[in-house]
Design a protein around this ligand. Sequence first.
Ligand code: SAM
Ligand code: SF4
Length: 342
Amino acid sequence: MITRDDFPPVIDPFGRHISYLRVSVTDRCDMRCVYCMAEEMTFLPRAEVLTFEELERLCAAFIRSGVRRLRITGGEPLVRRGVDGFMTALGGWLGRAAGQPRLDELTLTTNGSRLAAHAAALQAAGVRRINVSLDSLDAARFAAITRVGHLSRTLDGIAAARQAGIAVRINTVAMRGVNEDEFDDLIAWCGQIGADLCLIETMPMGDTGEDRTDRYLPLSLVRARLAQRWSFEEIPYRTGGPARYVHIAETGRRLGFITPMTHNFCESCNRVRLSCTGMLYMCLGQDDAADLRAPLRAGADEAGLLEAIRAAIARKPKGHDFIIGRRGEARGVARHMSATGG
Ligand code: SAM
Ligand code: SF4
Protein backbone atom coordinates (compact mmCIF):
# COMPACT_ATOMS: atom_id res chain seq x y z
CA MET A 1 0.00 0.00 0.00
CA ILE A 2 1.41 3.38 -0.99
CA THR A 3 1.09 6.09 1.59
CA ARG A 4 1.36 9.79 1.05
CA ASP A 5 4.69 9.76 2.86
CA ASP A 6 6.14 7.57 0.13
CA PHE A 7 5.22 10.28 -2.36
CA PRO A 8 5.58 13.72 -0.77
CA PRO A 9 3.76 16.63 -2.50
CA VAL A 10 5.05 17.31 -5.97
CA ILE A 11 7.07 20.51 -6.29
CA ASP A 12 8.10 21.78 -9.72
CA PRO A 13 11.62 22.97 -10.69
CA PHE A 14 10.69 26.55 -9.67
CA GLY A 15 9.60 25.57 -6.17
CA ARG A 16 5.87 25.76 -6.90
CA HIS A 17 3.80 23.17 -5.06
CA ILE A 18 1.33 21.64 -7.51
CA SER A 19 -1.90 21.43 -5.55
CA TYR A 20 -4.54 22.29 -8.16
CA LEU A 21 -5.64 20.08 -11.05
CA ARG A 22 -8.13 20.97 -13.77
CA VAL A 23 -9.63 18.00 -15.53
CA SER A 24 -11.39 18.24 -18.87
CA VAL A 25 -13.89 15.38 -19.10
CA THR A 26 -14.88 16.03 -22.71
CA ASP A 27 -13.89 18.19 -25.66
CA ARG A 28 -17.55 18.38 -26.75
CA CYS A 29 -19.85 21.27 -26.08
CA ASP A 30 -23.39 22.40 -26.81
CA MET A 31 -22.18 25.95 -27.51
CA ARG A 32 -19.63 27.39 -29.96
CA CYS A 33 -18.36 30.54 -28.26
CA VAL A 34 -16.58 32.75 -30.78
CA TYR A 35 -13.35 33.00 -28.75
CA CYS A 36 -13.20 29.29 -27.94
CA MET A 37 -14.30 27.16 -30.87
CA ALA A 38 -14.77 27.28 -34.62
CA GLU A 39 -18.35 27.01 -35.83
CA GLU A 40 -17.64 23.62 -37.40
CA MET A 41 -15.59 21.76 -34.84
CA THR A 42 -14.35 18.22 -35.26
CA PHE A 43 -14.51 16.37 -31.97
CA LEU A 44 -12.37 13.46 -30.84
CA PRO A 45 -13.37 9.86 -31.51
CA ARG A 46 -14.77 8.40 -28.28
CA ALA A 47 -12.09 5.70 -28.02
CA GLU A 48 -9.49 8.42 -27.52
CA VAL A 49 -11.35 9.93 -24.59
CA LEU A 50 -10.63 8.42 -21.19
CA THR A 51 -13.50 6.56 -19.53
CA PHE A 52 -14.71 7.89 -16.19
CA GLU A 53 -13.01 4.90 -14.50
CA GLU A 54 -9.71 5.90 -16.12
CA LEU A 55 -10.20 9.53 -15.15
CA GLU A 56 -10.96 8.46 -11.57
CA ARG A 57 -7.72 6.45 -11.41
CA LEU A 58 -5.70 9.40 -12.66
CA CYS A 59 -7.42 11.81 -10.27
CA ALA A 60 -6.68 9.44 -7.38
CA ALA A 61 -3.01 9.40 -8.38
CA PHE A 62 -2.94 13.21 -8.47
CA ILE A 63 -4.60 13.42 -5.06
CA ARG A 64 -1.97 11.07 -3.69
CA SER A 65 0.63 13.39 -5.27
CA GLY A 66 -0.62 16.33 -3.20
CA VAL A 67 -3.42 17.80 -5.31
CA ARG A 68 -6.05 19.28 -2.96
CA ARG A 69 -8.29 21.20 -5.34
CA LEU A 70 -9.92 19.66 -8.35
CA ARG A 71 -11.85 21.61 -10.98
CA ILE A 72 -13.85 19.67 -13.54
CA THR A 73 -14.23 21.37 -16.90
CA GLY A 74 -14.33 20.74 -20.64
CA GLY A 75 -15.63 21.37 -23.32
CA GLU A 76 -18.88 21.41 -21.45
CA PRO A 77 -18.57 18.90 -18.59
CA LEU A 78 -22.33 18.55 -18.11
CA VAL A 79 -22.90 17.23 -21.66
CA ARG A 80 -21.05 14.01 -20.86
CA ARG A 81 -23.34 11.19 -19.80
CA GLY A 82 -22.46 9.79 -16.37
CA VAL A 83 -20.82 12.98 -15.09
CA ASP A 84 -22.93 13.00 -11.88
CA GLY A 85 -21.58 9.58 -10.90
CA PHE A 86 -18.03 10.75 -11.60
CA MET A 87 -18.52 13.80 -9.39
CA THR A 88 -19.95 11.63 -6.62
CA ALA A 89 -16.90 9.34 -6.80
CA LEU A 90 -14.53 12.32 -6.60
CA GLY A 91 -16.57 13.77 -3.75
CA GLY A 92 -15.54 10.72 -1.72
CA TRP A 93 -12.09 12.35 -1.35
CA LEU A 94 -13.55 15.40 0.41
CA GLY A 95 -13.52 15.74 4.17
CA ARG A 96 -10.95 13.01 4.85
CA ALA A 97 -8.75 13.31 7.91
CA ALA A 98 -5.63 15.48 7.89
CA GLY A 99 -2.53 13.52 6.93
CA GLN A 100 -4.55 11.41 4.50
CA PRO A 101 -4.59 11.98 0.75
CA ARG A 102 -7.69 14.11 0.37
CA LEU A 103 -9.42 16.92 -1.46
CA ASP A 104 -10.20 20.28 0.11
CA GLU A 105 -12.40 21.34 -2.75
CA LEU A 106 -14.22 19.93 -5.77
CA THR A 107 -15.50 22.51 -8.26
CA LEU A 108 -16.78 22.79 -11.79
CA THR A 109 -16.72 25.27 -14.68
CA THR A 110 -19.81 25.16 -16.87
CA ASN A 111 -21.71 27.17 -19.44
CA GLY A 112 -24.82 26.55 -17.33
CA SER A 113 -27.01 25.22 -20.14
CA ARG A 114 -27.66 21.92 -18.35
CA LEU A 115 -26.99 23.05 -14.82
CA ALA A 116 -30.65 23.06 -13.77
CA ALA A 117 -30.77 19.27 -14.24
CA HIS A 118 -27.47 18.63 -12.40
CA ALA A 119 -27.39 21.17 -9.56
CA ALA A 120 -28.83 18.89 -6.87
CA ALA A 121 -26.50 16.01 -7.79
CA LEU A 122 -23.49 18.33 -7.76
CA GLN A 123 -24.43 19.63 -4.34
CA ALA A 124 -24.88 16.07 -3.04
CA ALA A 125 -21.41 15.20 -4.44
CA GLY A 126 -19.90 17.95 -2.28
CA VAL A 127 -19.62 20.79 -4.78
CA ARG A 128 -20.04 24.09 -2.93
CA ARG A 129 -18.80 26.56 -5.53
CA ILE A 130 -19.00 26.65 -9.32
CA ASN A 131 -18.00 28.99 -12.12
CA VAL A 132 -20.62 29.71 -14.75
CA SER A 133 -19.56 31.38 -18.00
CA LEU A 134 -21.85 34.20 -19.09
CA ASP A 135 -20.64 36.95 -21.40
CA SER A 136 -23.85 38.93 -21.83
CA LEU A 137 -27.25 39.45 -20.22
CA ASP A 138 -28.76 40.37 -23.56
CA ALA A 139 -30.40 37.34 -25.18
CA ALA A 140 -29.53 38.28 -28.76
CA ARG A 141 -25.94 39.13 -27.89
CA PHE A 142 -25.58 35.94 -25.83
CA ALA A 143 -26.81 33.96 -28.85
CA ALA A 144 -24.33 35.75 -31.12
CA ILE A 145 -21.34 35.15 -28.80
CA THR A 146 -22.16 31.49 -28.14
CA ARG A 147 -23.42 31.02 -31.73
CA VAL A 148 -26.01 28.44 -30.56
CA GLY A 149 -26.62 29.08 -26.84
CA HIS A 150 -29.80 30.27 -25.07
CA LEU A 151 -29.46 32.84 -22.32
CA SER A 152 -32.60 31.64 -20.50
CA ARG A 153 -31.16 28.14 -19.99
CA THR A 154 -27.97 29.47 -18.45
CA LEU A 155 -29.97 31.81 -16.19
CA ASP A 156 -32.19 28.89 -15.11
CA GLY A 157 -29.06 26.87 -14.36
CA ILE A 158 -27.60 29.66 -12.23
CA ALA A 159 -30.84 29.97 -10.27
CA ALA A 160 -30.98 26.19 -9.70
CA ALA A 161 -27.40 26.08 -8.46
CA ARG A 162 -28.01 28.89 -6.01
CA GLN A 163 -31.19 27.24 -4.82
CA ALA A 164 -29.24 24.02 -4.24
CA GLY A 165 -26.84 25.96 -2.00
CA ILE A 166 -23.93 26.22 -4.44
CA ALA A 167 -22.10 29.56 -4.60
CA VAL A 168 -21.81 30.86 -8.16
CA ARG A 169 -19.04 32.93 -9.71
CA ILE A 170 -19.87 34.37 -13.10
CA ASN A 171 -16.98 34.27 -15.61
CA THR A 172 -17.11 36.86 -18.38
CA VAL A 173 -14.60 37.08 -21.20
CA ALA A 174 -14.02 40.77 -21.90
CA MET A 175 -14.29 41.54 -25.61
CA ARG A 176 -13.73 44.92 -27.20
CA GLY A 177 -16.76 46.13 -29.08
CA VAL A 178 -18.78 43.06 -28.05
CA ASN A 179 -19.66 43.22 -24.36
CA GLU A 180 -17.51 46.04 -22.98
CA ASP A 181 -20.61 48.22 -22.51
CA GLU A 182 -22.18 45.62 -20.20
CA PHE A 183 -19.74 45.33 -17.34
CA ASP A 184 -21.59 47.84 -15.18
CA ASP A 185 -24.84 45.92 -15.69
CA LEU A 186 -23.12 42.62 -14.96
CA ILE A 187 -21.65 44.00 -11.74
CA ALA A 188 -25.07 45.29 -10.64
CA TRP A 189 -26.84 42.04 -11.61
CA CYS A 190 -24.27 39.91 -9.76
CA GLY A 191 -24.86 42.14 -6.74
CA GLN A 192 -28.59 41.44 -6.96
CA ILE A 193 -28.29 37.66 -7.28
CA GLY A 194 -25.45 37.39 -4.76
CA ALA A 195 -22.71 36.15 -7.09
CA ASP A 196 -19.09 37.17 -7.59
CA LEU A 197 -18.01 38.21 -11.07
CA CYS A 198 -14.71 37.53 -12.77
CA LEU A 199 -13.53 39.23 -15.95
CA ILE A 200 -11.12 37.32 -18.20
CA GLU A 201 -8.80 38.58 -20.91
CA THR A 202 -9.15 36.82 -24.26
CA MET A 203 -6.29 34.44 -24.85
CA PRO A 204 -5.12 33.48 -28.34
CA MET A 205 -5.86 29.75 -28.26
CA GLY A 206 -6.84 27.58 -31.22
CA ASP A 207 -8.34 28.58 -34.55
CA THR A 208 -11.86 29.86 -33.94
CA GLY A 209 -12.51 31.20 -37.43
CA GLU A 210 -12.53 34.72 -35.93
CA ASP A 211 -9.91 37.42 -35.76
CA ARG A 212 -9.52 37.91 -32.04
CA THR A 213 -6.87 40.62 -32.15
CA ASP A 214 -9.57 43.30 -32.62
CA ARG A 215 -11.48 41.85 -29.68
CA TYR A 216 -8.64 41.94 -27.21
CA LEU A 217 -9.37 44.30 -24.34
CA PRO A 218 -6.75 44.82 -21.63
CA LEU A 219 -8.36 44.52 -18.21
CA SER A 220 -6.11 47.24 -16.82
CA LEU A 221 -8.14 49.63 -18.98
CA VAL A 222 -11.47 48.08 -17.97
CA ARG A 223 -10.60 48.28 -14.32
CA ALA A 224 -9.67 51.95 -14.56
CA ARG A 225 -12.97 52.68 -16.30
CA LEU A 226 -15.04 50.72 -13.78
CA ALA A 227 -13.28 52.39 -10.85
CA GLN A 228 -14.86 55.69 -11.90
CA ARG A 229 -18.30 54.30 -11.08
CA TRP A 230 -17.66 51.66 -8.37
CA SER A 231 -15.62 51.80 -5.16
CA PHE A 232 -13.00 49.06 -5.24
CA GLU A 233 -10.94 47.85 -2.35
CA GLU A 234 -8.05 45.44 -2.98
CA ILE A 235 -8.51 42.23 -1.03
CA PRO A 236 -6.20 39.25 -0.54
CA TYR A 237 -9.03 36.76 -1.32
CA ARG A 238 -7.81 33.81 -3.43
CA THR A 239 -9.58 30.72 -4.71
CA GLY A 240 -6.47 28.82 -5.73
CA GLY A 241 -6.79 30.05 -9.32
CA PRO A 242 -5.21 33.01 -11.11
CA ALA A 243 -7.94 35.60 -10.36
CA ARG A 244 -7.06 38.68 -8.32
CA TYR A 245 -9.97 40.31 -6.54
CA VAL A 246 -11.37 43.59 -5.36
CA HIS A 247 -14.36 44.10 -3.07
CA ILE A 248 -17.08 46.37 -4.47
CA ALA A 249 -18.50 48.57 -1.72
CA GLU A 250 -21.79 49.30 -3.54
CA THR A 251 -22.74 45.64 -4.14
CA GLY A 252 -20.88 43.92 -1.32
CA ARG A 253 -19.61 41.35 -3.85
CA ARG A 254 -16.17 40.55 -5.24
CA LEU A 255 -14.91 41.33 -8.71
CA GLY A 256 -12.04 39.22 -10.03
CA PHE A 257 -9.64 39.86 -12.88
CA ILE A 258 -7.83 37.13 -14.80
CA THR A 259 -5.13 38.84 -16.79
CA PRO A 260 -2.90 36.36 -18.62
CA MET A 261 -2.03 39.03 -21.19
CA THR A 262 -1.43 42.24 -19.24
CA HIS A 263 -0.22 40.72 -16.01
CA ASN A 264 1.37 37.37 -16.24
CA PHE A 265 0.59 35.34 -13.11
CA CYS A 266 2.95 32.46 -13.82
CA GLU A 267 5.25 32.98 -10.84
CA SER A 268 2.57 31.73 -8.45
CA CYS A 269 1.10 29.05 -10.75
CA ASN A 270 0.17 25.94 -8.78
CA ARG A 271 -1.87 24.30 -11.56
CA VAL A 272 -1.63 21.58 -14.14
CA ARG A 273 -4.34 20.50 -16.60
CA LEU A 274 -5.42 17.07 -17.68
CA SER A 275 -7.14 16.78 -21.05
CA CYS A 276 -9.92 14.28 -21.68
CA THR A 277 -7.44 12.11 -23.59
CA GLY A 278 -5.07 11.93 -20.63
CA MET A 279 -2.53 14.50 -21.84
CA LEU A 280 -1.13 16.47 -18.93
CA TYR A 281 -0.44 20.10 -19.83
CA MET A 282 1.95 21.69 -17.42
CA CYS A 283 1.12 25.19 -18.73
CA LEU A 284 -1.99 26.52 -20.48
CA GLY A 285 0.15 28.67 -22.74
CA GLN A 286 2.73 26.09 -23.83
CA ASP A 287 2.44 23.03 -26.06
CA ASP A 288 4.48 20.60 -23.98
CA ALA A 289 2.37 17.77 -22.57
CA ALA A 290 2.92 14.37 -20.98
CA ASP A 291 0.86 11.42 -22.14
CA LEU A 292 -0.63 9.73 -19.06
CA ARG A 293 -3.06 7.61 -21.08
CA ALA A 294 -0.23 5.46 -22.45
CA PRO A 295 0.95 4.18 -19.03
CA LEU A 296 -2.66 3.98 -17.82
CA ARG A 297 -3.76 1.78 -20.74
CA ALA A 298 -0.52 -0.20 -20.61
CA GLY A 299 -1.61 -1.36 -17.14
CA ALA A 300 0.57 0.85 -14.91
CA ASP A 301 -0.19 0.44 -11.21
CA GLU A 302 -0.62 3.41 -8.91
CA ALA A 303 3.13 3.70 -8.23
CA GLY A 304 3.73 3.82 -11.99
CA LEU A 305 1.13 6.58 -12.44
CA LEU A 306 2.58 8.58 -9.56
CA GLU A 307 6.02 8.33 -11.13
CA ALA A 308 4.67 9.48 -14.52
CA ILE A 309 3.01 12.47 -12.83
CA ARG A 310 6.18 13.36 -10.95
CA ALA A 311 8.28 13.16 -14.13
CA ALA A 312 5.79 15.38 -15.99
CA ILE A 313 5.69 18.06 -13.32
CA ALA A 314 9.47 18.16 -13.33
CA ARG A 315 9.02 19.59 -16.86
CA LYS A 316 6.65 22.40 -15.84
CA PRO A 317 7.94 25.55 -17.55
CA LYS A 318 8.47 28.84 -15.79
CA GLY A 319 5.56 30.49 -17.62
CA HIS A 320 3.61 31.23 -20.76
CA ASP A 321 4.26 33.89 -23.34
CA PHE A 322 0.95 34.76 -24.91
CA ILE A 323 1.24 37.98 -26.85
CA ILE A 324 -1.15 40.18 -28.77
CA GLY A 325 1.19 42.78 -30.16
CA ARG A 326 0.67 46.45 -30.82
CA ARG A 327 0.23 45.79 -34.50
CA GLY A 328 -2.36 43.11 -33.76
CA GLU A 329 -0.14 40.07 -34.29
CA ALA A 330 -1.07 37.21 -31.96
CA ARG A 331 1.22 34.60 -30.49
CA GLY A 332 -0.57 31.84 -28.69
CA VAL A 333 -1.04 28.09 -28.86
CA ALA A 334 -2.73 26.05 -31.57
CA ARG A 335 -4.90 23.90 -29.34
CA HIS A 336 -8.34 25.05 -28.27
CA MET A 337 -9.18 25.94 -24.68
CA SER A 338 -11.87 23.24 -24.83
CA ALA A 339 -9.17 20.61 -25.47
CA THR A 340 -7.06 21.59 -22.47
CA GLY A 341 -9.80 22.57 -20.08
CA GLY A 342 -10.18 26.24 -19.15
N1 SAM B 1 -17.80 25.04 -21.19
C1 SAM B 1 -17.46 25.50 -19.89
C2 SAM B 1 -17.61 27.00 -19.79
O1 SAM B 1 -17.74 27.66 -20.83
O2 SAM B 1 -17.57 27.49 -18.68
C3 SAM B 1 -16.09 25.07 -19.40
C4 SAM B 1 -14.96 25.10 -20.39
S1 SAM B 1 -14.51 26.70 -21.02
C5 SAM B 1 -13.18 26.27 -22.10
C6 SAM B 1 -13.76 27.42 -19.58
C7 SAM B 1 -13.55 28.89 -19.59
O3 SAM B 1 -12.62 29.23 -20.58
C8 SAM B 1 -14.80 29.71 -19.89
O4 SAM B 1 -15.01 30.64 -18.84
C9 SAM B 1 -14.47 30.42 -21.16
O5 SAM B 1 -15.06 31.68 -21.19
C10 SAM B 1 -12.97 30.49 -21.12
N2 SAM B 1 -12.32 30.61 -22.42
C11 SAM B 1 -12.45 29.80 -23.50
N3 SAM B 1 -11.66 30.23 -24.52
C12 SAM B 1 -11.01 31.33 -24.08
C13 SAM B 1 -10.06 32.23 -24.63
N4 SAM B 1 -9.63 32.08 -25.87
N5 SAM B 1 -9.63 33.24 -23.85
C14 SAM B 1 -10.06 33.41 -22.58
N6 SAM B 1 -10.95 32.60 -21.99
C15 SAM B 1 -11.42 31.57 -22.72
FE1 SF4 C 1 -18.21 25.58 -24.96
FE2 SF4 C 1 -17.19 26.69 -22.79
FE3 SF4 C 1 -15.86 26.82 -25.11
FE4 SF4 C 1 -18.10 28.21 -24.84
S1 SF4 C 1 -16.20 28.49 -23.65
S2 SF4 C 1 -17.56 26.90 -26.59
S3 SF4 C 1 -19.29 26.94 -23.56
S4 SF4 C 1 -16.28 25.00 -23.97
